[in-house]
Design a protein around this ligand. Structure first.
Ligand SMILES: Cc1cc2nc3c(=O)[nH]c(=O)nc-3n(C[C@H](O)[C@H](O)[C@H](O)COP(=O)(O)O)c2cc1C
Ligand code: SF4
Length: 482
């Protein structure tokens, strides 16, 4: 992962620990009611993919155990991981693209409700994503994957030559000469693996996204409601399809790109289709970026425009993240796929303890505060979720008191110590294990390995009946007595 060159080391601290009485009187542990959204407290676990589904995208016992353990902390809401809305092979990523997934997902909802004594709402994050290929071997790419065109022949002065001869010639070129012959996208496909973009409207399945996505999202939302989820979060953030429509880099000229209204058109159409399917009494919100943090990407002005329009359309909450884009991601190794959290924008999304003067804690708070202010100035009361490096009561309570957000998200801190919210609420904050923000978990995510935490995954490995990671070396959930 990219790190700021300053490499200043930061350590998460417990801050001022509240007594049980202080916690009971706090904003953080007060309920929130807004339309169909009812939270027992303003604490929230943002979506995190733990890579526990089976290869067909089904819920496994390990998925259920993961969410049950998070629910032990009794946050106001757990948003379960990005879950694919299509019924297409996507590795061990959860899916909700067919009715056969409903029963499995219901087990997750039941576990969250049971383990939290009914205090935690179970939401699901609905995602669509485009194709990303692994970085190929140079020879294989030139021999097999590259489609030879007359542009290549012209660049090599080989007009009329058969494909095999052109490939043969290219194999002998050094990188500089080869780059001059290949188009920019072909060069990128060789260097990083081919990656589809929403602007590839010469490809029928990309051109048709606006025609197919509203129904796919609406069907997925219906299934989520049938599985018992209390709400859905539409994934409009990071590197995925819907965020790419919102991006300032979206230059589609079919009415779904270019201007802010053009870029927002599909996200609004998806939202309306979902709302029409699930009705006004069901919670529908979205996660979007406060800032894309890439050159030429959307900034705060764009996000404020989107936030206002999405709130006016009827979203029940807006959760703000930042960065996490493919555009500035590092080159993957041969055989691996590009990972959107390896560049500057990736750092902004999941900042680690080695940072710049700004530090990793609350890096998205200033932007979130500005967006919430824009909403309130426009008379919109839509609750706002903040996240990014939030790890103690003092910090969370201050963000609520200062009007930065209405709900506080803690992703990695909840992974590090799933019980931390409950410990704070009960005046046992001194027992909280602080996340170290060294991003060991994120490294596992990148490799699609079982995500665990450095703080607890080797603890009490001799526990009877303990479920372990696929490599057999790590426990899959934090010890029960943490
Ligand atoms: C292992 C892991 C998986 C993640 N998966 C998702 C995801 O599925 N959807 C999403 O919106 N964000 C995902 N994130 C980002 C987090 O939700 C969160 O925005 C980010 O970690 C910053 O918040 P934090 O500092 O509280 O961890 C993931 C983060 C981690 C560490
Ligand atoms: S591995 Fe654990 S301690 Fe390290 S960043 Fe992830 S959650 Fe925090």
């Amino acid at each position: 992962m990219w790190q700021p060159p300053q490499r200043i080391a930061f350590k998460a601290s417990p801050g001022r620990i509240p007594t049980r009485e202080e916690a009971a009187a706090s904003r953080l542990f007060s309920p929130l009611d807004h339309g169909p959204l009812h939270l027992s407290s303003r604490t929230w676990v943002p979506a995190m993919v733990p890579w526990r589904a089976d290869p067909d995208g089904n819920v496994t016992q390990a998925v259920v155990d993961w969410y049950a353990r998070l629910a032990d902390g009794q946050p106001g809401c757990i948003v379960i991981e990005a879950t694919g809305i299509r019924d297409v092979p996507s590795g061990p990523l959860l899916r909700v693209g067919h009715d056969r997934y409903i029963d499995g997902l219901r087990r997750v909802v039941d576990a969250i409700h049971r383990h939290s004594d009914g205090r935690t709402q179970a939401f699901i994050q609905l995602i669509d994503f485009l194709g990303v290929k692994r970085r190929p071997e140079r020879d294989k790419y030139l021999e097999r994957f590259l489609r030879i065109t007359d542009c290549h022949r012209a660049a090599l002065a080989m007009e009329g030559a058969p494909d095999a001869a052109v490939r043969e010639h290219m194999l002998g070129l050094d990188d500089e000469a080869l780059q001059a012959v290949l188009g920019p996208r072909e060069w990128e496909a060789l260097q990083k693996g081919a990656r589809e973009r929403v602007t590839d409207i010469h490809l029928p399945h990309i051109r048709e996204l606006p025609a197919v996505l509203p129904e796919l999202f609406a069907d997925a939302a219906r299934r989520s409601r049938e599985a018992g989820f209390d709400g859905v979060e539409l994934h409009y953030a990071h590197a995925y399809t819907m965020a790419s429509f919102l991006s300032a880099t979206n230059t589609r000229d079919d009415g779904y790109g270019g201007s802010r209204d053009g870029r927002l058109r599909l996200p609004l159409e998806v939202y309306r289709a979902v709302r029409a399917e699930v009705g006004a009494g069901y919670t529908v919100g979205c996660r979007l970026l406060a800032e894309e943090c890439i050159a030429g990407g959307s900034g705060l002005d764009d996000s404020a425009y989107f936030a206002l329009e999405l709130a006016r359309a009827g979203m029940d909450f807006l959760s703000f993240s930042r960065g996490g884009k493919f555009d500035d991601a590092k080159q993957p190794r041969v055989g691996e796929a590009v990972y959107p959290y390896t560049g500057v924008s990736g750092y902004e999304c999941m900042p680690s303890y080695l940072s710049d003067e700004k530090g990793p804690f609350g890096r998205n708070l200033a932007a979130t505060a500005e967006l919430r202010r824009a909403l309130r100035d426009a008379g919109l009361t839509t609750p706002v979720v903040a996240a990014g490096g939030i790890h103690n009561f003092e910090q969370a309570e201050a963000a609520l008191a200062d009007g930065v957000a209405d709900i506080i998200g803690g992703a990695r801190q909840s992974l590090a110590d799933p019980g931390w919210w409950k410990k704070l609420r009960e005046g046992r904050g001194a027992e909280v294990r602080q996340c170290e923000y060294k991003n060991y978990c994120e490294g596992l995510d990148q490799k699609h390995k079982d995500v665990t935490c450095q703080l607890w995954d080797r603890v009490a490995l001799d526990e009877p009946g303990l479920a372990r990671s696929r490599d057999g070396k790590r426990r899959l959930v934090a010890p029960a007595d943490w």
